[in-house]
Design a protein around this ligand. Structure first.
Ligand code: URA
Length: 252
């Protein structure tokens, strides 16, 4: 995206984001706080026009020395085959090192491999909108993946690749100490929970995970393919919000 957008371009981009999320109706509600700027009905995410932040274009640099140390320990990693299968760079993770919520996806795709930042492609735009719908900003949370290198052709990561990369993700979790982790999609959920079950069974509850909690929801890329499931994902996010005591949008 260009550095500065005209008002019209910004508005068009914002509307595209909402359409991606399944939001077609925008309306203004009087006298709401910024958290209340998000309203939902049972079917879709519904957002008001007020004070909805655009997703960030440039990621803030990571100033956490503990996270930097983990990054340095990873180095120019050659621990699994992915280093010789076309990955351009390691995609470490991004966001607030003291985040309450940590989102964990599967693996970098082409855009992430190019930019070195997780969830910056189309799925990332949808994830940004999901985060915005929760009344928070992308820079308030921490975002990482199960593995840090792009698998060729975006194939599913192999078990040994996940196992090799996992210790670094676990150190990130121990450093950030999120109050809750949101596993995005089956690979993240199954790898973190160490179970092999269908997404439909894994969703809908909060697990104890190490010294924190974990919830499972659909991967944004899956939601792009099957937008009807967005209302289910929104239920998962509301469960997370409730767990954290975040204000839930009013039902109309
Ligand atoms: N999908 C993921 O699982 N992670 C990313 O960073 C991007 C797309």
């Amino acid at each position: 995206m260009p550095e500065s957008l005209s008002f019209q371009e910004e508005l068009a981009a914002r509307l595209r984001f909402y359409r991606d999320l399944g939001i077609y109706d925008l309306y203004r509600r009087e006298g709401q706080s910024s958290a209340g700027a998000v309203a939902a009905n049972n079917e879709e995410f519904v957002l008001t026009e007020q004070s909805i932040p655009m997703p960030t274009r440039a990621e803030a640099p990571d100033h956490s020395p503990a996270l930097q140390m983990i990054r340095e320990d990873i180095g120019d990693c050659t621990r699994c085959v992915l280093h010789k299968q076309g990955r351009k760079q390691i995609v470490f993770g991004t966001g607030n090192p003291e985040a309450d919520i940590m989102f964990i996806g599967e693996a970098p795709g082409a855009d992430e491999d190019e930019q070195g930042v997780p969830f910056v492609g189309r799925a990332g735009q949808l994830l940004n909108n999901m985060i915005t719908a929760m009344g928070i900003r992308r820079e308030d949370v921490y975002i990482a993946n199960i593995i840090k290198c792009r698998p060729p052709g975006n194939r599913t990561p192999e078990r040994d690749e996940c196992e090799t990369c996992s210790p670094f993700l676990m150190r990130q979790i121990e450093t950030i100490k999120p109050k809750i982790i949101v596993a995005l999609g089956a690979v993240a959920a199954k790898t973190l929970l160490g179970v092999n079950d269908a997404m439909a069974n894994l969703r809908g509850r909060i697990y104890d995970f190490r010294n924190t909690k974990l919830a499972v929801t659909y991967h944004p890329a899956y939601l792009l393919r099957d937008p009807r499931q967005k209302k289910e994902a929104w239920k998962d996010l509301q469960m997370v919000m409730k767990h954290l005591g975040m204000p839930l949008p009013n039902k109309d």
